[in-house]
Design a protein around this ligand. Structure first.
Ligand SMILES: C=C(O[C@@H]1C=C(C(=O)O)C=C[C@H]1O)C(=O)O
Length: 375
């Protein structure tokens, strides 16, 4: 089956994960693992897969792994197909009828106010960074056309990780993220953290200027360094060799510019699985902050919703413990006729509330474009 056929076959409830290496498609569920104890999930999954070569577990971990259950399944059927791109770029766009209602949660002015409070809290509490998110709630007259939105997301995003995964209660998580939390292939591990952002522009001159301003932004480099340091600190004890570029690279998605750092390492103990490592890294300062516990607390104080599976991780693992776990951002949770879309940004002492509000609006574009919406 090629990547295009897997996309045609997809129905909500299936698992779809398109990367530049392959497209993983899982349907049905032979076994389900759910729970708030991530290390226990990390033990149960390889035990269940052992002895069944070629089998995979796929699924999601939430932002708050202590409050919301991780949800993993062993699909009845798994296809590992070729990458969706470049062929997917030539697919026709699917039409998505617009929603009847769009509601910002919180109102944009209140998000900017929360950012201002976060900046004060960082200095009062001696913290380095917190990530604040906001949401858009969309209500459709019928079922949300998840398949069409996924199709357009795949078409629009040649790089990164474009995904759809089942959540408890018949819900789905769909999105296209550029950020790799962790992949493991044998002893080789890779993490590709992203922090520091600027919007893309249809005008090439403005687009270049935005990129150059980001590359030169002290504030964004500070935001990025907090993240990379945390990733390196967590991975170092597991690795006998860790390669960390000295300076971040400028990378882009169709909607955003980012600073990113490709961290690669060699595992000391080959029995440490991809899920184990993803659980150790999560929640990184890309989506939570630093120090982690203080940031988690501040997120709870300032955001008027539960993040659910946004800012968690989505991916797969095989019987050998190899796998890929992407950071679940640029995504939406879908339940029947409702869709909640999330976007957040890292706040550091030098952050400006209006710029942070604009950054979340730009990050919403990944999903909004796939729905044909201009908001
Ligand atoms: C939190 C999000 O994105 C994260 C935050 C970034 C930032 O603050 O610059 C950049 C990339 C992501 O790690 C999101 O898209 O919702």
């Amino acid at each position: 089956m090629d990547a295009r056929e897997t996309l045609e076959e997809y129905t909500p409830g299936d698992f779809y994960f398109a990367t530049s290496r392959h497209t993983i498609f899982g349907s049905g569920s032979r076994l389900t693992f759910t729970g708030t104890d991530v290390p226990a999930l990390g033990d149960a999954v390889p035990a269940a897969l052992a002895g069944t070569p070629g089998s995979l577990a796929v699924g999601v971990l939430p932002f708050d792994t202590t409050a919301t259950p991780g949800h993993l399944v062993v699909p009845e059927a798994v296809q590992v197909a070729a990458p969706a791109h470049p062929a997917a770029a030539d697919l026709p766009r699917m039409t998505v009828d617009g929603p009847d209602v769009v509601r910002a949660v919180p109102e944009p002015v209140d998000h900017a106010e929360a950012v201002a409070r976060a900046v004060r809290a960082l200095s009062d509490r001696g913290m380095r960074k917190v990530v604040l998110a906001r949401a858009l709630d969309l209500e459709f007259s019928g079922e949300v056309p998840v398949k069409a939105v996924l199709h357009n997301l795949v078409k629009d995003n040649p790089h990164g990780y474009t995904f759809a995964a089942a959540l408890p209660g018949g819900r789905s998580l769909i999105g296209a993220t550029p950020e790799l939390l962790l992949s493991r292939s044998g002893r080789r591990v890779v993490s590709h953290p992203h922090a520091g952002s600027a919007p893309r522009s249809a005008d090439p001159v403005t687009d270049r200027e935005n990129a150059e301003r980001l590359a030169a932004s002290r504030k964004d480099h500070v935001e990025h360094a907090v993240l990379t340091e945390a990733i390196v600190e967590t991975l170092r004890p597991f690795c006998r060799d860790l390669h960390v570029p000295r300076t971040p690279s400028l990378v882009s998605t169709p909607t955003m510019w980012h600073l990113s750092t490709m961290v690669t390492g060699e595992l000391t103990d080959p029995d440490v699985t991809a899920l184990h490592l993803a659980g150790a890294l999560h929640p990184t300062p890309a989506i939570c902050g630093s120090p982690t516990e203080d940031a988690r607390q501040l997120v709870g104080e300032l955001e008027p919703f539960d993040r659910g599976y946004y800012a968690g991780t989505v991916g797969w693992m095989d019987a050998n413990g190899d796998g890929e776990w992407a950071v679940s951002i640029r995504c939406a949770e879908v339940s029947a006729s409702r869709l909640r879309l999330y976007a957040g940004g890292g706040i550091v002492p030098a952050s400006d509330p209006k710029a942070e509000l604009d950054e979340t609006s730009a990050k919403f574009q990944t999903l909004l474009r796939a729905m044909g919406l201009e908001l």
